[in-house]
Design a protein around this ligand. Structure first.
Ligand SMILES: [Zn+2]
Length: 265
């Protein structure tokens, strides 16, 4: 018997996670998570908001009812999934994007300047195994399957590949900017290594950063590894392409580790 696919149900502010895929942050969390089926998680900072237990919803923050986006998340929690087959591949609306850009002092001209398209978030994502840090890796169904096949083919050729990062939300991307700004970096500098919120291929669930054990994550030195040579020769057969080659027109640094499945282009 096949087990049901493990899904992340996505809403604009809150993600609904299978509880078994989250790490407990302390013994209280551990007790709750061990009994929970689903956990509501705030996208901006990853905070656990509530756990769905057999007896009902257990808030994990004060004033859960005032949490932005909670109504939509609770509604999603109650929507039944299709009884057979995966749910349709729909996307969330691209609302509040300008608000995010304005918070960084950017506006719509960023899109024209960078030539990067807006990337909507999928309404749900599929579990694609664990990343290098033992976190759940989320991708679209197509990209998850392609990554599984790519990794197995590499392993058969003696090449170990691991995932550094897959799906990331708009809110999470904004958090990256806020943390770097707090460390004193300028928006213009951050934009050479991170796309503005809404414009990262990671939002669509088809892109992933690939590494190989023993190599630091997301470093140009990855291009000198046998793993990179293998990807260059073979990733295309699995529908993956390198998005940011040297001197790409988007003003993004050379990223030999960042590959996107064709479903996202
Ligand atoms: Zn990337």
């Amino acid at each position: 018997m096949r087990t049901a696919p493990r899904l992340l149900l996505n809403t604009p502010d809150i993600e609904l996670w299978p509880a078994g895929l989250l790490h407990a942050r302390g013994s209280h969390d551990a007790r709750l998570l061990s009994r929970a089926r689903t956990v509501l998680r705030r996208k901006r900072d990853g905070r656990y908001l509530a756990a769905l237990l057999p007896e009902g919803l257990m808030p994990m923050v004060e004033r859960l009812a005032r949490e932005p986006g909670i109504d939509e998340a609770l509604q999603r929690l109650e929507e039944p999934l299709p009884r057979s087959g995966p749910p349709p591949e729909t996307q969330l609306p691209l609302d509040r994007l300008n608000e995010r850009l304005h918070r960084l002092g950017l506006d719509e001209r960023y899109a024209a300047r960078s030539g990067l398209p807006l990337v909507a978030e999928p309404a749900h994502l599929h579990f694609a195994g664990r990343d290098r840090y033992r976190r759940a890796l989320w991708l679209t169904r197509t990209a998850a399957r392609a990554w599984e096949r790519l990794r197995a083919a590499a392993a058969a050729d003696g090449i170990a590949l691991d995932a550094i990062s897959g799906y990331r939300s708009h809110d999470y991307q904004l958090g990256i900017f806020e943390r770097k700004l707090a460390r004193g970096l300028q928006v213009a500098d951050i934009l050479t290594v991170n796309a503005a919120p809404g414009y990262s291929e990671h939002h669509g669930g088809n892109a992933l950063d690939i590494g190989t054990p023993g190599e630091p994550p997301a470093e140009e030195s990855f291009e000198r590894t046998p793993a990179f040579a293998w990807l260059q020769a073979n990733a295309g057969d699995f529908g993956f392409r390198m998005s940011y080659p040297r001197d790409n027109p988007h003003g993004i640094v050379y990223e030999p580790w960042h590959w996107c499945h064709a479903a996202g282009t």
